[in-house]
Design a protein around this ligand. Structure first.
Ligand code: ADP
Length: 371
């Protein structure tokens, strides 16, 4: 069976709301016997709750067919509404019209449990969860987060990396991951590279569609990445969050799983204002700020002198003013940009930049031990 196609169909079906409960048909456990063959022929049954009117059954079935039919790779959809569920075998049907596959608070709809899942439910084996955040995009947050994860794994800690940057997922590039994740027993199996278990929201949803997601959808996606991925036993899970302070951060904070947050900023004043907001959000909600990292701190000219393209030491001074630890200054390294594009993290190489990431990992590991 094509697991990734099934996943995407489930995500599409999770956009179909059952008016009787206000939940989507996947979360309500109504989708049964979902299958897809190699030709993209999809079959499923929609198990109606007892007492559901014929009109509701017909409307929901039509919407579900339309949603499934809108998924890339789906050729034909055959679906039936059943009164009592129980593994009905839907017949072959005609292709349904294209439709946009919307999502909602349970966008992947991986499981059919009727109750609301608690965030981090299957993360009982994860000891520490650290969010890497930044006020602005493009400051190198994902680059730092991925290299920090690789350096942490090299210290011997069992490490995971969750790329929750829903609007610009970069883990697939940073770790050169091309395949969709496999599934086992209803759980998503993370990829593994450089000793790190890796999962990216970009492996499950199309970022171009996610751009239009509203708060509950983002929160649902983050919750599912925490609860539906088979993280196993981890000493630390690094979470790469979207830039700014938005729904993903609130969702993580609400999950009460964050051990601490690391804030990445470039040195110039415009980035620092946003960085201060990030520090204040985490502090106000009781999440310890492990410290601040200044990225793109300077460029080393061939002669060895430092060129401070974005000003000198701005993030360090801002960290001091906020009474937050200053963890590291990472220069602009053309090698770091190249390594990131090649999917070979610099932290795993013999390079002055790797030394910085190793020291950073040591500090973060110390924080975890004390936490
Ligand atoms: P963000 O996650 O903040 O949006 P990224 O990590 O995607 O930022 O980085 C943006 C770009 O800058 C990427 O091309 C990345 O390779 C590059 N980059 C980040 N940090 C550095 C650095 N210290 N030296 C050179 N290039 C960097």
């Amino acid at each position: 069976m094509n697991d990734s196609l099934i996943l995407r169909i489930r995500a599409a079906l999770a956009g179909v709301i059952n008016p009787a409960t206000g939940n989507n048909v996947v979360a309500d456990g109504m989708v049964e016997g979902l299958s897809a063959d190699a030709q993209g022929r999809v079959r499923f049954a929609l198990a109606m709750k007892e007492g559901a009117s014929r009109e509701i059954a017909e409307t929901l079935l039509a919407k579900a067919k339309e949603a499934a039919g809108g998924v890339d790779g789906v050729g034909a959809v055959a679906a039936v509404a059943t009164a009592h569920g129980g593994g009905a075998k839907p017949p072959q049907g005609r292709p349904s019209p294209q439709a946009s596959a919307s999502a909602h608070a349970n966008p992947f709809g991986l499981q059919q449990r009727p109750r609301v899942r608690e965030a981090g439910e299957s993360m009982s084996g994860v000891k520490a969860v650290i969010a890497v955040a930044s006020g602005k995009g493009g400051v190198g947050k994902s680059t730092i987060a991925a290299n920090l994860a690789v350096a942490l794994a090299a210290t011997g800690l069992k490490t995971g990396f969750l790329d929750a940057d829903i609007y610009g997922p970069s883990a697939p590039t940073l770790f050169a991951i091309k395949d969709k994740p496999a599934m086992k027993d209803g759980k998503i199996l993370p990829h593994e590279a450089y000793g790190v278990k890796i999962m990216s929201i970009g492996m499950l949803v199309d970022p171009e569609k996610a751009v239009a997601w509203r708060g509950p959808m983002v929160m649902g996606a983050v919750r599912q990445l925490m609860s539906d991925v088979d993280w196993g036993a981890l000493d630390v899970l690094i979470i790469d969050t979207p830039p700014g302070t938005g729904d993903t951060h609130l969702s993580l904070i609400q999950s009460k799983r964050l051990t601490g947050a690391v804030i990445v900023s470039t040195p110039q004043e415009m980035a620092l204002a946003d960085m201060r907001r990030g520090v204040s959000l985490f502090r106000q909600t009781g999440t310890p700020v492990i410290g601040v990292i200044e990225n793109m701190a300077w460029l080393e000219a061939p002669g060895g002198e430092r060129q401070y393209l974005f000003g000198e030491g701005g993030a360090r001074r801002a960290a001091q003013a906020l009474d937050a630890p200053f963890l590291a200054a990472v220069p602009l390294y053309p090698d770091l940009r190249q390594a990131s594009d090649d999917g070979q993290p610099l932290a795993a190489r013999d390079h002055p930049g790797a030394d910085i990431f190793n020291r950073l990992a040591g500090d973060v590991a110390d924080f975890i031990k004390r936490a």
